[in-house]
Design a protein around this ligand. Structure first.
Ligand code: C2E
Ligand code: CA
Ligand code: CA
Ligand code: CA
Length: 273
């Protein structure tokens, strides 16, 4: 992850933190990259078990770097968050999602919902709501098809954060709690928030057939979500056995390599729309 390419070098990943100097370099590269159109959207199908259909997609960011090739979010999102470059990058992402949705609509494909990841700093930025509304209006996207994935890092007890959530709900946009189970918020707490969906983190799903604790955790989340009338998406489903288990336990939606990996828009469209 830290190859030398001329004077542009050192990359950010989970195991390595670049020095301040190379962080500045990378941030500069990200800025150029955004200007030059190097960022792209990949789409991963969201499969609805009961109707046996792909009802939506999660939109995931990729960086087509001119020298290093296709980069995954773990190599640049953490630094983008730290440097606040996530603000313009996230703004671009939302506009692109709305643009793509409209584009498919114009081409008369059956509309699907699109879920986009929102960083905490982006969510709390004072212009976030206005920009969101602008993007929906400009591209004439039906807000009912937009889903924002937020994590438990959002300060749910903060009155400003709650006001933003309420406003999003009023716009008719859906909200999911991503990586659910990894944070500390209780379901009782989440119930009071305008949240529609819980996404069970891949870490629990991937070994639940062999790890009793995780299996019980998944079952418990599904049971409680049902009582609280929340949708649940199980992430990271890779095996048929997992899908069967989730189906038996009332999970409505799944996402994972078993259904499909994230792919670029054209491939996604030809395979799933
Ligand atoms: P996430 O939101 O939890 O996204 C799910 C990640 O799990 C994706 O990785 C996806 O490719 C991967 N995945 C899905 N199904 C499977 C599976 O069956 N097996 C395995 N092994 N992996 C699976 P990806 O695309 O590398 O994204 C990683 C993280 O980067 C995302 O985690 C999200 O937190 C962040 N991210 C991606 N795009 C954006 C964005 O536009 N904005 C922000 N703020 N964060 C983003
Ligand atoms: Ca997500
Ligand atoms: Ca997730
Ligand atoms: Ca995750």
């Amino acid at each position: 992850a830290k190859k030398s390419h001329g004077k542009r070098w050192l990359f950010y990943d989970e195991t390595y933190l670049p020095a301040e100097q190379s962080k500045l370099e990378l941030e500069k590269e990200m800025r150029y990259g955004l200007e030059r159109g190097e960022f792209q959207l990949h789409f991963q199908p969201l499969y609805r078990i009961d109707t046996n259909t792909v009802s939506g997609a999660e939109v995931l960011m990729r960086w087509e770097h001119p020298e290093r090739g296709l980069l995954f979010p773990n190599t640049f999102i953490p630094l983008a968050e730290e440097s606040r470059f996530i603000i313009p990058l996230g703004r671009w992402m939302i506009r692109e999602v709305c643009r793509q949705w409209s584009c498919w609509k114009t081409q008369e494909y059956e509309p699907i919902s699109l879920a986009v990841n929102i960083s905490v700093n982006q969510f709390l930025h004072p212009d976030f709501l206005a920009e969101l509304e602008d993007a929906l209006r400009e591209y004439e996207m039906d807000p009912a098809y937009l889903e924002l994935e937020i994590t438990e890092n959002i300060p749910f007890s903060d009155s400003y954060a709650i006001a933003v959530l309420e406003h999003i709900k009023q716009l008719g946009i859906r909200i999911s709690i991503d990586d659910f189970g990894t944070g500390y918020s209780s379901l009782q707490y989440i119930q009071r928030l305008p949240v529609h969906t819980l996404k069970i983190d891949r870490a629990f799903v991937c070994d639940m057939m062999h790890n009793r604790n995780n299996k019980v955790l998944v079952e418990t989340i599904l049971l409680m979500a049902k009582q609280l009338d929340l949708d649940v998406v199980a992430e990271g489903v890779e095996e048929q056995e997992q899908l069967e288990f989730l189906k038996e336990n009332g999970c409505a939606l799944v996402q994972g390599y078993l259904i499909g990996k994230p792919t670029e828009a054209v491939l996604f469209r030809s395979k799933w729309l």
